[in-house]
Design a protein around this ligand. Structure first.
Ligand SMILES: [Zn+2]
Length: 74
């Protein structure tokens, strides 16, 4: 499993596109039909990097659903 990316399904053709974690901004297009993939629809509040000291406040105490992607350098 590749933890350095995430999968976005194209709303036009349904193709699953692998998007590197570092590419959360800019022009991201579907590899098959070239439609633009609007990540703001998937993540309307954007991405937030958290660490040990901010995890409780940013994730546990958030009043709503939270999607967390855990990664490690090893
Ligand atoms: Zn597509």
């Amino acid at each position: 499993m590749d933890y350095g990316s995430f999968i976005v399904r194209c709303p036009q053709c349904g193709t699953k596109n692998r998007v590197p974690n570092k590419r959360t901004t800019g022009n991201i297009v579907c590899g098959k039909c070239k439609s633009q993939l609007d990540l703001t629809l998937l993540f309307p509040h954007g991405f937030l990097r958290v660490n040990d000291s901010s995890f409780y406040d940013e994730v546990i105490r958030f009043n709503g659903p939270v999607l967390v992607d855990f990664t490690a350098p090893w």
